[in-house]
Ligand binder design. Structure first.
Ligand SMILES: Nc1ncnc2c1ncn2[C@@H]1O[C@H](COP(=O)(O)OP(=O)(O)OP(=O)(O)O)[C@@H](O)[C@H]1O
Ligand SMILES: [Mg+2]
Length: 234
């Protein structure tokens, strides 16, 4: 999947921690709008991939072309200013601050503060809990707050690491619907353990196995591929 309308094109990306290499040559692309899913069992390297894309980890080699410019040597701040957003798997909100304070901090670099109102319209549950300490929110509310904070940066590409992890099943659908709506406006990479949900929200899917892309294709094809379960089995 590589065309001129891609907002992200990754080629031969290698990355890891110190001398321990985790990613062994990742190629992937994201269109300007729509969601791409990243699947794979625990330890496959999904989080490492997102951390490398946002610049939390410096890549060992390969190209990250974001919005037409090579980003692999840019720091995280530059990538965020150019339109990348990131919702990490863990510690995505300031737990001792209120919902309102978390959103205010998220909007700090924005001239237009109306973004916060937009987030509260988008996730009405947050509007009911503005003064509540973020650490006391439910798993689902906390994920909504983390996504809302990231949206305040007006990302062109949003990297979501397990947006439904630790979320009660009744709220997962609510988050999935919001992500489907968002994918009509911006580009997203969604790392997910809920395979059916990820394949529904995303148009295209990559399956990682031990730091490589083992399988990729339009979501329907990947969902029906007999190899999928092999790559997801523990
Ligand atoms: N800070 C670190 N230092 C060294 N190795 C790490 C570090 N973080 C992760 N790893 C290793 O990198 C590999 C990939 O981990 P990663 O977190 O990217 O996997 P993942 O696919 O996101 O897994 P999960 O589904 O459990 O979130 C694992 O073997 C892990 O132990
Ligand atoms: Mg992970």
């Amino acid at each position: 999947m590589s065309d001129t309308a891609s907002i992200l094109e990754v080629q031969g990306l290698q990355s890891g921690y110190g001398r321990s290499q985790v990613l062994f040559g990742i190629d992937l692309a994201c269109p300007a709008t729509g969601a791409v899913a990243i699947l794979g069992r625990n330890g496959a390297g999904k989080t490492t991939l997102l951390k490398t894309l946002i610049g939390e980890i410096v890549s060992m080699s390969g190209v990250i072309n974001f919005a037409g410019i090579e980003a692999q040597r840019e720091d995280t701040e530059k990538r965020v200013r150019r339109g990348m957003g990131y919702v990490p798997q863990e510690q995505a909100v300031f737990t001792t601050l209120s919902v309102r304070e978390n959103l205010t901090l998220g909007a700090i670099s924005q001239k237009d503060k109306s973004g916060i109102e937009m987030v509260l319209d988008f996730f009405p549950k947050l509007a009911e809990r503005l003064e509540q300490q973020a650490g006391t929110l439910s798993g689902g509310e906390r994920k909504m707050l983390a996504i809302g904070r990231a949206l305040l940066g007006s990302p062109k590409l949003l990297l979501l690491d397990e947006p439904t992890e630790g979320v009660w099943v009744g709220v997962i659908e609510e988050i999935a619907e919001r992500l489907e709506l968002l994918s009509k406006e911006i580009s997203m990479i969604i790392v997910e353990q809920h395979v059916a949900l990820a394949l529904r929200v995303a148009d295209y899917a990559y399956v990682m196995d031990r730091g490589k892309i083992a399988l990729e294709g339009p979501s329907d094809n990947v969902g029906n591929d007999p190899l999928l379960m092999r790559y997801l089995a523990p």
